[in-house]
Design a protein around this ligand. Structure first.
Ligand SMILES: Cc1cc2nc3c(=O)[nH]c(=O)nc-3n(C[C@H](O)[C@H](O)[C@H](O)COP(=O)(O)OP(=O)(O)OC[C@H]3O[C@@H](n4cnc5c(N)ncnc54)[C@H](O)[C@@H]3O)c2cc1C
Length: 309
């Protein structure tokens, strides 16, 4: 089957990543990459090829409306593959879209390929221990795991407007408010110092924060510190159900290294860990390890770092 490869995400940063995935796939289906936009072409979204702007569709969703508009355009223009960023909203858009188009939906892809008849998507399962490859005939919808592809730097292509009409939706948005997120940007941090249950009190966190800032890095944590104890906000939590990070250096402090945590940091360039338990699983995922009490090791590391300045 031949056709274009569409890419869509309601999140501008993810949209540029999905666009790059589309650029890579397009030659396999003898089509071009197309960035799908809703309502208007956004600044900040990169990606070569055409920019298909769906007129009439509400820019802020809900997913039901987005899926309806994209499906209307897809039914008339016939893309071979539709890539959707696997954000919370994107997952719902993709699932609804696949049902409307009566095609397969491959979830959470970190690598995608096509032989022109089928599309294959690689995704990690069992908290990153196993990589599964799923295949579906074309046409197909694939959700793309954010952070799996670099962002496209391609010049934005020509804009083509498509009148998708205003969809009738059953979901009504009653209001929305921005969640307090502070200034944590773990995804782009080069160094992350991550705190686990080995930290005994919330009042001890500034010690780790200080270490992170001396290394020009950011503070992250295991899930219990954010979700159970509420010491840090959810945006700090790394792992399967949190943020997936790939810093140059990941320093796990007082973290045991359960599968669900490892899934979020295993692609870090260098992993180092501090733990009193020499058998803690985190050491198996580490390049460097210090068996020791964080209350001694962290101040010693800070002292050594400040002596270098
Ligand atoms: C569906 C599901 C999803 C999950 N998703 C996530 C996720 O996304 N991210 C995540 O992190 N977890 C997740 N979890 C929880 C996960 O299974 C673990 O419970 C959690 O990661 C453990 O956090 P921890 O390592 O900080 O705590 P613990 O497992 O309690 O480990 C604390 C470690 O600190 C060490 N320690 C104690 N005192 C000191 C000291 N003074 N100095 C140095 N070391 C010390 C101990 O030896 C121990 O290894 C999930 C669980 C489920 C069921």
């Amino acid at each position: 089957m031949t056709g274009d490869v569409w890419s869509f995400s309601e999140n501008a940063a993810v949209a540029s990543e999905v666009a790059l995935a589309a650029e890579g796939l397009a030659p396999a289906v003898q089509g071009g990459p197309v960035v799908v936009e809703v309502g208007r072409a956004r600044d900040g979204v990169r990606g070569g090829g055409e920019r298909l702007v769906l007129q009439g569709c509400p820019q802020d969703g809900p997913a039901e409306a987005l899926a309806e508009c994209i499906s209307r355009a897809a039914k008339s223009l016939g893309p071979a593959i539709i890539l959707v960023g696997a954000t919370r909203e994107g997952r719902e858009v993709a699932a609804r879209l696949a049902v409307k188009l009566d095609v397969g939906c491959l979830p959470e892809a970190s690598r995608i390929s096509s032989d022109g008849k089928t599309v294959s998507a690689e995704r990690s399962v069992y908290a990153g221990r196993v990589s599964a490859t799923l295949t579906s005939p074309l046409p197909c919808v694939v959700t793309v795991r954010p952070g799996s592809f670099a962002k496209s730097t391609g010049a934005t292509g020509t804009v083509r407007n498509y009148d998708a009409g205003t969809p009738e939706v059953r979901v009504r948005r009653l209001g929305s408010s921005r969640r307090e997120t502070g200034s944590v940007d773990l995804k782009s941090a080069k160094v992350i110092v991550s705190a686990g249950r080995g930290v005994k009190r919330k009042e001890d966190l500034p010690m780790l924060e200080g270490l992170a800032s001396e290394m020009k890095g950011a503070l992250g944590c295991s899930r219990p510190l954010s979700s159970d104890l509420g010491w840090l906000s959810e945006e700090h939590h790394i792992g399967l159900t949190g943020v997936v990070v790939k810093p140059d250096l990941y320093l796990a402090v007082g973290i045991s290294g359960q599968l669900q945590h490892i899934a979020g940091m295993k692609d870090s360039k260098v992993v180092a860990a501090v733990n009193t338990d020499r058998d803690a699983p985190i050491f198996q995922a580490s390049d460097y390890g210090i068996v020791g009490d964080l209350y001694q090791v962290v101040p010693a590391l800070r002292k050594a770092l400040s002596a270098r300045h």
